[in-house]
Design a protein around this ligand. Structure first.
Ligand SMILES: *Cc1c(COP(=O)(O)O)cnc(C)c1O
Length: 402
């Protein structure tokens, strides 16, 4: 029986015995972190260029997080959304004051934030058009989550496979192709859902002219534009939100990942006119915006804005990208360098997994998406010396691949 206790079982053996095998994990059991460093059970240390998938922007064991967490844990952890709490309202205020949006809905993850956005777009269209208008257009190679609605909105076959029938009313157009959207965007479409920079899709930024064209088409045809900034928001690109680089505003925006620096929180933001479609009773979640999580998130966002981390991200990101360009110049296997701020990537002409493994052996954690794209999403507090350590190791490792 798999549930039977075994003596001297390692963490990896135990987890592999009793947990769903939904993750293809590396054989690494992590116990502790500090800044950009992580330690495993054997005491080996690693430089972390994954940051929990663009989550721990202030680094591990950040005093900003631990202080807010301790204070709020001793005060009030959870009450129902039947009541008001100050941390929730103040985090919403902070997000509203620093974005295009007028109102915020809190939830617990990225997928939930996108679920909320999809529901809002549909109910808004129902209220405002008085006709059948529920279709959502999303992008090929996008990623929006793993719930039924969000995987139905995800333009990657591997995410959808096996879960059919998918939710009705989602279609896909190629990213950065305005003509394709022009053909697809008719009066049955209530929303266009997209990442300004595709993350899981391989760090692919939207062309500025494309984003402008999408905005214009949505406005002219009465579809809401939804930006999924779950991965690229909260300073990751060197501005608080990625769409600020483009000067194009969405009607709805979703956030999660770095919003809580590791505590589970998601958010959906919109302008007043759109938010009105969600009346009391239309949408809810038990844990959404608990005082504990929002107090921590507020401290995190305040630190990002106050302590210069977004400027730091822009500066060291530019330095990092230069270093990656140098690698491209020296190694034929590097085909492309992409990204902005501290979401950067190199595309190889071959599988990236062996490079990820070689890095891990040298105490460096990086991530690979789309088989051949090495993605670098370190904490925003990463220093030049740490970037040098990674690019130095990559230089050696890629040299062996050439
Ligand atoms: C991670 C991610 C999601 C899903 O977030 P979860 O918290 O894992 O549900 C959605 N969209 C984008 C762009 C993401 O990177």
């Amino acid at each position: 029986m798999s549930g039977m206790k075994k003596d001297n079982e390692t963490t990896i053996e135990l987890a592999d015995r009793v947990m769903f095998q939904t993750y293809g994990r590396y054989p690494l059991a992590l116990v502790r972190g500090e800044g950009c460093r992580l330690w495993d059970e054997e005491g080996n240390s690693y430089l972390d260029f994954v940051a929990g998938i663009a989550v721990c922007s202030l680094g591990h064991a950040s005093p900003v997080v631990s202080r807010a967490l301790e204070t709020q844990a001793k005060t009030l952890v959870h009450v129902s959304n039947l009541y008001y709490t100050r941390p929730q309202a103040e985090l919403a205020q902070l997000l509203v004051e620093n974005s295009f949006a007028d109102r915020v809905f809190f939830c617990n993850s990225g997928a939930e934030a996108n679920e909320a956005a999809i529901k809002l777009a549909r109910i808004y269209a129902k209220e405002h058009s008085g006709r059948e208008r529920y279709r959502i257009i999303a992008m090929e190679n996008s990623f929006h989550g793993r719930t039924m609605a969000t995987l139905s909105a995800t333009g990657q076959a591997k995410v959808r496979k096996g879960f059919e029938p998918l939710l009705e009313g989602f279609s896909f157009v190629p990213f950065n192709d305005p003509a394709a959207l022009d053909r697809a965007l008719d009066d049955t479409v209530c929303g266009v859902l997209m990442e300004p920079i595709q993350g899981e899709g391989g760090v692919v930024p939207a062309d500025p002219s494309y984003l402008e064209a999408v905005r214009t088409m949505c406005s002219e045809r009465g579809a809401l534009l939804i930006f999924d900034e779950i991965q690229v928001g909260m300073g990751r690109t060197g501005k608080l939100f990625a769409h600020e680089h483009y000067g194009v505003r969405p009607d709805i925006m979703t956030l999660a990942k770095a919003l809580g620096n590791g505590l589970p929180i998601g958010a959906m933001l919109s302008r007043e006119s759109v938010a009105g479609a969600f009346a009391p009773g239309t949408h809810a979640t038990t844990f959404g915006g608990t005082p504990l999580v929002t107090a921590v998130s507020k401290a995190v966002v305040e630190s990002l804005l106050r302590d210069g981390w977004i400027d730091h991200c822009r500066e060291v990101g530019a330095y990092f990208k230069e270093k990656l360009q140098e690698l491209k110049g020296r190694h034929a296997c590097v085909k492309d360098v992409r990204g902005l701020g501290l979401i950067l990537a190199i595309e190889l002409d071959r599988a990236g997994a062996p490079v990820v493994e070689a890095c891990m052996k040298e105490g460096l954690l990086i991530n690979c998406t789309q088989d051949r794209v090495l993605r670098f999403i370190p904490p925003l507090v990463v220093e030049r010396a740490e970037i040098d350590e990674l690019t130095g190791a990559l230089d050696r490792i890629l040299g062996q691949a050439d």
